[in-house]
Design a protein around this ligand. Structure first.
Ligand code: EPU
Length: 339
């Protein structure tokens, strides 16, 4: 079978960090048939492979010595509709923000708080994307994927996905074992109007808008644009680190020295700490060396001002980890996948 596989393919425009890297082989699929063709191809038996979505949560540390498989499965289709809900099936290669815009245009509610998150729909269940008081798990009904071992199509319901903060079964037991092909969302006809987080309410007031899926989406676009760098202009992959979760006992001890530490209740026994605050307090906010730096408006975001290499970013991230560990005795872990 002859299918179109490119060689020595430049990945610079396919990762939002804008890191220069090449793939030994590259293949793009936009139908299940094309995906099956590559999965049955002899190259997959000898070469390692990596599935690329929107490229917004990866950092290439070197050229990829294998086959990069780019997911471009499209389609947004309403599959059920009643007075309360609209069920929508979305191809995993669709751009997340385009899907958010589609939903608010239809006055459907549930994902408007996740506007402007870079990446693809297929990535949304993997790391259970979240922002402004909302997570993908709140609206995902089921996830369809190809099991790479049996090459059969399977489905998991919301509860089977084991969602938690920035995690799911796809980051654990199923890591590297499947390719997500379709995500089904249950969106609400009645607006949720979740405006409790951060600056949403004041932004709506500034826009002189009543809460609605569309106005909240607009407010979030404004807030994010002020705080986070546009990957089209400055390479980045959003939050580089996850917010660490520590025991309340440990938090109490740290508070003796740093009473102002920013923390959120996570459970009865644990709290989530704002990593951006830890990094800022460790003195890194606005740091720049050559083309590699820490964004000056949100210290959780590492940036590539132009020609930074993946390794320069990784080195910087390790220095940040070390100094946060020394200052607060808290280890912060990357959210970004390092390839
Ligand atoms: N903060 C600082 N200094 C900083 C950055 C933040 O003091 O440099 C403080 C803020 O003032 C605030 C607190 O830390 O009191 C939290 O900051 P923010 O609201 O910006 O949220 P975050 O916890 O830093 C998370 C997500 C973001 C998401 C925002 C908004 C993670 C790892 N990140 O950031 O997601 O947009 O909440 O909901 O959970 C992403 O994942 O790529 C991403 C951008």
């Amino acid at each position: 079978m002859s299918i179109s596989i490119e060689k020595n393919y430049q990945l610079d425009n396919l990762n939002t960090f804008n890191i220069s890297a090449k793939a030994k082989f590259f293949y793009e699929f936009n139908t299940l048939k094309k995906l099956e063709e590559i999965l049955n191809h002899k190259l997959l038996k000898t070469e390692k492979s990596f599935v690329l979505g929107g490229g917004s949560n990866i950092l290439f540390s070197k050229d990829f010595n294998g086959i990069v498989i780019k997911n471009s499965l499209g389609g947004i289709n309403i599959t059920k509709d009643n007075n309360n809900h609209t069920e929508v099936e979305v191809g995993s290669g669709e751009i997340w923000h385009e899907f958010v815009l589609w939903s608010v245009k239809k006055n459907l509610s549930g994902i408007e708080n996740l506007a402007l998150i870079p990446g693809s729909v297929g990535a949304s269940p993997i790391q259970n994307i979240g922002a402004y008081g909302c997570e993908a798990k709140d609206t995902i009904k089921k996830v369809q994927f190809i099991d790479l071992e049996s090459k059969s199509i399977k489905e998991l319901t919301n509860s089977e996905c084991n969602f938690s903060y920035r995690s799911s079964i796809f980051k654990k037991d199923l890591k590297g074992k499947c390719i997500i092909t379709k995500v089904t969302f249950l969106l609400n006809k009645k607006p949720i109007n979740n405006t409790s987080y951060g600056a949403i309410a004041s932004e709506l007031a500034a826009l002189k808008s009543q809460a609605s899926p569309q106005s909240i989406c607009n407010a979030i676009i404004n807030i994010r644009s002020r705080k986070l760098p546009d990957p089209q202009k400055i390479g980045n992959s959003g939050s580089f680190f996850k917010n660490p979760i520590i025991s309340n006992l440990k938090l109490k001890k740290i508070k003796e020295k740093y009473p102002e530490i920013i923390n959120y209740k996570q459970s009865k026994t644990h709290s989530k700490i704002a990593a951006g605050w830890l990094i800022e307090m460790a003195g890194w906010k606005g740091y720049r060396k050559d083309d590699c730096g820490v964004y000056d408006k949100q210290a959780l975001v590492l940036v590539n001002y132009g020609q930074a290499s993946g390794n320069e970013i990784i080195e910087l991230s390790k220095k940040i980890q070390q100094s946060v560990l020394e200052k607060f005795d808290i280890m912060i872990h990357p959210e970004v996948n390092i390839i």
